[in-house]
Design a protein around this ligand. Structure first.
Ligand SMILES: [Zn+2]
Length: 148
């Protein structure tokens, strides 16, 4: 069995106007990152079905486990009836920023709950990789099974 998924990798200038706007919002959020330990700032932006854009950035704590990535900070701040159409991730690095495994799980769970695909745009300084749904980023997603 072969696992495959579709994605695009393109220059930022070839993104749609909406996706560019979302990447720009995520880039502005990077400036709000609190990352005194890693000095790696990350910004995330989500476009909801009502057209609004909400953003977040990573936050680090002296107690490491209290730190949280920009993606989950954004997701957990939303009311659960919010439906995300597009989700952009950007960092302080030149390279494209890909969500960590924990955030991928949270993104897929959100996508499953909302019942609609969440387009993911992972941007760098010059290019972006885009998937049409978060599920593409995490095959064999963990699911809870009540076996007791
Ligand atoms: Zn993460």
């Amino acid at each position: 069995m072969i696992h495959s998924f579709e994605y695009s990798n393109l220059p930022l200038s070839e993104l749609s106007e909406q996706d560019r706007e979302l990447v720009d919002a995520a880039r502005k959020a990077v400036a709000q990152a609190y990352a005194p330990f890693t000095r790696f700032g990350v910004g995330a932006a989500a476009r909801l079905t009502d057209g609004s854009i909400t953003t977040s950035s990573n936050f680090e704590s002296a107690i490491g486990t209290l730190s949280i990535c920009a993606e989950r900070r954004l997701l957990y701040g939303l009311l659960d009836d919010a439906i995300i159409e597009g989700f952009a991730v950007v960092s302080t690095a030149e390279e494209e920023c890909y969500p960590c495994g924990v955030c991928r799980q949270a993104m897929v769970e959100k996508e499953q709950r909302q019942g609609k695909p969440m387009r993911v745009i992972m941007a760098g300084a010059k290019t972006a990789t885009v998937t049409e749904k978060a599920t593409d980023l995490l095959p064999f997603t963990y699911t809870y099974a009540d076996t007791l």
